[in-house]
Design a protein around this ligand. Structure first.
Ligand SMILES: Cc1cc2nc3c(=O)[nH]c(=O)nc-3n(C[C@H](O)[C@H](O)[C@H](O)COP(=O)(O)OP(=O)(O)OC[C@H]3O[C@@H](n4cnc5c(N)ncnc54)[C@H](O)[C@@H]3O)c2cc1C
Length: 398
């Protein structure tokens, strides 16, 4: 294909890519999106739980046909089955069909003027004084002034650009199941070092059954099958999807000359839950704004683009830090300590705190309040102090 000149080339048409393209296009930039697959949104891997407040922050009104269910709260289960619920009267999150959602977002970007191209896998790029040459599998090339990397968790281009590597990847598997008896208003989160070391298992009710998934340090499929057989012995699995959940927060640097990384490619994912549609989306919109400023001023150096990171850190930096801390603590707790923590949360007002201060995407307020509760803090400190070997205590036994 003949080289064309674009203001911005966006690599990847997931939510982050579409939102960066949308934001750049509505600001009048000439944008191309390169997506390696033949259809936007496929293959999907996501559980599709997105907070209502997060969607509002992104300025998105999701069309009804993308919504499979609405949930009001979550039930948390400890390893021995101690459980509590956190809910509100209003809908807290939508369960979306990610394939349709991604296509809808791509259509918004296209309506704003972005040029979407499919079956175009970007293999490498070369920066020069006058722009970026983007190489496409099969021999094509596009030339742009600025590259936005939204290629998801593989982040090969970010590595090529010299951005720091991301850590904290958890293999995940999700089953779509039918014939299950679930409360349609609540998601379930099941914790335990034996069940899912380094993460948790989840049950998300949909219109036809549930999405039951699990991420862990190892063997997620085997662990999920075992969980399913105890939680829903009669369940029929209609579909299995695998993916990677990121748990270490953003990379230290998300930009360099003529290059910004957004979404999973930049690790802009909540370390507590692995959710990244909203947090990555917020950062992607900022990248689109900064792209427009860079074009206006014809300045593409990392010195100029650092404002991208400064802006998303101002909104989300503290949130990622607290969520990372919470993830680290959870990873270190033995099953016994998790049981004690759950009991302490129930007995000492922790669940009320979560209801009052909880926000699915901005979790720092609730985490700070929980740590400030002396009875919960003491339990947590004791649990952490009594751990002789954290890795061993969370190791799988099956
Ligand atoms: C099991 C699981 C469950 C999850 N559940 C949730 C959830 O409930 N809620 C939530 O908010 N988040 C969830 N997440 C995380 C969420 O899926 C991601 O944070 C989100 O998809 C990130 O969006 P993205 O656009 O950065 O990347 P992606 O959605 O991965 O999109 C990247 C796109 O880039 C394309 N691409 C990649 N490389 C190239 C290339 N070289 N050239 C061209 N195109 C390329 C891909 O084909 C893809 O379309 C889950 C993740 C997993 C694994």
């Amino acid at each position: 294909m003949e080289a064309l000149n674009w203001d911005v080339a966006v690599v990847g048409c997931g939510p982050a890519g579409s939102l960066a393209a949308l934001e750049s296009s509505i600001r009048g930039l000439n944008v191309i999106v390169l997506e390696e697959h033949g259809k936007v949104g496929e293959p999907d891997h996501c559980a599709g739980l997105v907070s209502v407040t997060g969607l509002k922050r992104l300025g998105l009104r999701v069309p009804e046909e993308c919504v499979l269910n609405r949930v009001y709260g979550a039930r948390f289960y400890s390893p021995s089955g101690v459980s509590f619920s956190v809910s509100r009267r209003s809908v807290q999150a939508l369960v979306i069909d990610r394939r349709m959602f991604d296509r809808w977002l791509a259509s918004l970007a296209q309506s704003a003027g972005a040029h979407l191209t499919l079956k175009r896998k970007v293999t490498s790029f070369v920066r020069s004084l006058d722009g970026v040459h983007v190489h496409v599998k099969g021999g094509g090339e596009e030339k742009c002034k600025l590259l936005i990397d939204a290629e998801g968790c593989r982040a090969r281009l970010a590595k090529m650009a010299g951005l720091p590597p991301r850590r904290g990847r958890r293999p995940a598997v999700r089953f779509e199941v039918r014939g299950v008896d679930v409360d349609p208003d609540f998601v379930e989160l099941h914790f335990g070092g034996r069940l899912a070391p380094g993460f948790f298992a989840w049950v998300i009710p949909t219109d036809e059954g549930a999405r039951v998934g699990l991420a862990a340090r190892s063997h997620p499929r085997k662990r999920l099958a075992k969980f399913l057989s105890t939680r829903f012995p009669r369940a029929k699995v209609s579909r299995t999807v695998a993916g990677v959940v990121l748990t270490n927060g953003p990379v230290k640097r998300t930009f360099t000359d003529r290059f910004m990384a957004v979404g999973d490619a930049a690790g802009q994912v909540k370390p507590t839950t692995g959710g990244g549609v909203v947090t990555g989306g917020i950062c992607s919109r900022i990248a689109g704004q900064v792209a427009s400023e860079a074009l206006q001023e014809e300045r593409f150096s990392s010195g100029f683009l650092k404002r991208y990171q400064q802006r998303w850190e101002k909104i989300l930096g503290k949130e990622f830090s607290y969520m990372k801390l919470a993830r680290r603590v959870l990873n270190r707790l033995s099953d016994h300590a998790l049981d004690s923590l759950f009991k302490a949360l129930i007995e000492h007002g922790g669940t009320e705190t979560m209801e009052a201060y909880g926000d699915m995407d901005f979790e720092s307020a609730a985490i700070k309040k929980l740590i400030a509760n002396p009875k919960i803090l003491v339990k947590l400190a004791l649990a952490l102090l009594t751990l002789a070997n954290p890795e061993k205590s969370a190791a799988p036994t099956a």
